[in-house]
Design a protein around this ligand. Structure first.
Ligand SMILES: [Zn+2]
Length: 591
């Protein structure tokens, strides 16, 4: 089950609706806008395409120009341009608002102008700092030499806007202060720090500067790598901008703004450990790469990725720390429904080193990534199966079982259990028993599954009859002929009768949010014209469903009447039950 972020829920969409959002929606054509992200083809009055939020072969993603809304009948997501952009780029509503207002040429008036201005200011300061660092880089042979020595090509340095923070106490700060920037703002943006004696000091000094772009491509922070000859060991080799309202490390993936198209195309992402690994892999031709910046992989990162990829290839440092980090990442990624592989560099420490020596090696190593269970076999199982017979051997076997028992897919789990049996000579049945014991011994760790919020995110079940009626509405709408309801209006619930009247009147919207949501679904579903045969089937199905519901109600009535000894009620219920049509092609109720 895919994890749906809470903002697709109806009540939040309503809460966001305002005169400004309506104005923006009126100015931007949803079809034109979405075409920037996907291929849409006409389908009746609507448009359809392959859903960017789940993987499918035939289109179930519908867009209604009439209602300026979209819905996917495959995964159930839907909304307007705001929700689309928020989901697609993994951004908050405020950021989507800013981006769309800019596109629509709408000036924003804010309920909280101070906060909005502050975010805008943070973007400006980071952008200006980036340009300052780039200019400094162009004038610093020492920084250029370091990058060249590490194997970074000029084009990559330009594409990712790499810069240089001069080794001065207040080079950047003075530059900003001379432009009239308030010292407080520089501190808040994390570009300057205050010393114990209250002096302003540049946060980044003598460092190669890697700007961190958000998923829309705006600079929101930096990672600075100390130049080795300046490293006195008293500061970190790498330091990062602090978290700000526009920079959240647990959500941002380094390089994603550049690699998301390749990730979407391949449905697979390669996760490396840091900026250098990212840049060198990218330069070697691996375009579907990302790095977590200044933090370990989080469930938020994975949720972002899952809209584009099913497979995650992990490439961590070829040492114990890297191997342990890989294990944690595998568990998290598997819990988030990824198929996980591990790529290991044999003769090199990491992707950056390997790429510098031989770009081909990087491509080959990623292509030869092994499935996570195989990674565990190689890590834990001794090459000599005889070594499994003692206690230490058993512990190793248990370590592997511990990892296999949580594989979500039964088919995959079965495959790997058999594989483990084949390699160890231990029977599958024994392995299963052992795995069972481990399951009992270790309580499940729900925290890694992303918290409790997801429990409430299961879509509410829709009664089958409602679904059939919805489809009948869509069929009627596509033919613009509501005659099919003439002989079965009795089966509609009161709100459905209301919807029928609204659609008959030619309107496609309702002021009642609950009705409007259903109308939206119907309008989007009406993309393809239904045949008479389909409509006939729907009517038959509706009747069957009605009969089924009625039968259940009557059975309950019989039981109640028996219990209370009400003979009259019992007789009436039994009589109706006896005369209830079978529903198998019996259309008496419909004529
Ligand atoms: Zn979908």
């Amino acid at each position: 089950m895919r994890h749906l972020p809470p903002f697709v829920r109806g009540h939040i969409i309503e809460a966001m609706s305002s005169p400004t959002t309506e104005l923006i929606k009126n100015k931007l054509d949803i079809v034109e806008f979405l075409r920037g992200y996907m291929v849409l083809t006409p389908a009746g009055k609507n448009f359809k395409g392959l859903c960017p939020f789940h993987h499918e072969k035939s289109p179930s993603f519908m867009v209604s120009p009439e209602r300026q809304s979209w819905k996917c009948f495959g995964c159930g997501l839907g909304g307007d341009i705001f929700t689309f952009l928020m989901r697609h780029e993994n951004i908050e509503f405020g950021e989507a608002m800013r981006a769309l207002a800019e596109k629509a040429g709408v000036e924003l008036k804010h309920e909280n102008p101070a906060e909005y201005k502050f975010s805008g200011l943070l973007y400006d300061l980071n952008e200006t700092a980036k340009k300052f660092f780039q200019k400094a880089f162009a004038a610093a042979p020492i920084a250029q030499k370091y990058c060249a020595d590490r194997g970074l090509k000029k084009e990559i340095i330009e594409e990712f806007e790499i810069g240089w923070a001069p080794n001065e106490p207040e080079g950047l700060s003075m530059f900003f202060l001379n432009m009239g920037t308030a010292p407080q703002d520089l501190l808040q943006a994390g570009l300057a720090i205050k010393t114990e004696r209250g002096l302003m000091l540049d946060r980044f000094r003598g460092r190669i500067m890697f700007p961190i772009h958000n998923h829309m491509g705006k600079v929101v922070g930096f990672t600075g790598r100390i130049l080795p000859q300046l490293d006195r060991g008293d500061m970190g080799k790498y330091i990062n901008s602090p978290e700000t309202p526009i920079f959240q490390k647990s959500k941002l993936l380094y390089g994603f703004w550049k690699s998301k198209d390749a990730i979407r195309e391949k449905k697979s992402a390669v996760l490396v450990e840091g900026q250098m690994d990212f840049l060198m892999s990218y330069q070697s031709g691996v375009k579907n790469v990302i790095a977590s910046s200044g933090t370990a992989l989080t469930a938020d990162h994975l949720r972002t990725l899952h809209r584009f990829a099913e497979e995650l290839v992990l490439s961590f440092d070829n040492d114990t720390a890297g191997s342990d980090a890989a294990e944690r990442a595998i568990a998290l990624a598997e819990a988030n429904d990824f198929s996980v592989k591990v790529a290991t560099f044999v003769d090199f420490k990491d992707a950056a080193d390997a790429a510098q020596a031989d770009p081909e090696n990087v491509l080959k190593t990623f292509a030869a990534a092994i499935p996570a269970p195989e990674f565990y076999f190689r890590k834990y199982l001794p090459t000599d199966t005889a070594a499994l017979s003692d206690r230490e051997g058993l512990l190793k076997l248990r370590a592997v079982l511990e990892k296999l028992k949580d594989i979500a897919s039964p088919v995959e789990r079965d495959f790997w259990m058999k594989e483990l049996s084949r390699r160890t000579g231990v029977g599958v049945k024994v392995l299963e028993e052992e795995a069972e014991e481990i399951s009992v011994a270790t309580a499940p760790d729900y925290s890694k599954r992303g918290g409790q919020a997801e429990v409430s995110e299961k879509p509410k079940p829709v009664a089958r009859r409602d679904l059939i009626i919805e489809r009948m509405f869509a069929a009627a709408l596509s033919k613009n002929d509501f005659g099919i309801f003439d002989d079965c209006e009795d089966y509609l619930a009161p709100p459905q009768k209301e919807i029928l009247e609204i659609l008959k009147s030619g309107a496609r919207k309702s002021d009642d949010p609950a009705l409007d949501e259903t109308i939206g679904t119907i309008v989007l579903r009406a993309s393809n014209e239904s045949s008479d045969a389909e409509i006939k089937t729907l009517k038959t199905e509706l009747m069957k469903e009605y009969i089924k519901e009625r039968r259940n109600i009557l059975k309950l009535a019989v039981r109640n009447a028996e219990a209370s000894g009400n003979d009259a009620e019992l007789k009436a219920a039994l009589e109706e039950l006896k005369n209830l049509p079978t529903g198998n092609g019996d259309e008496r109720l419909l004529v």
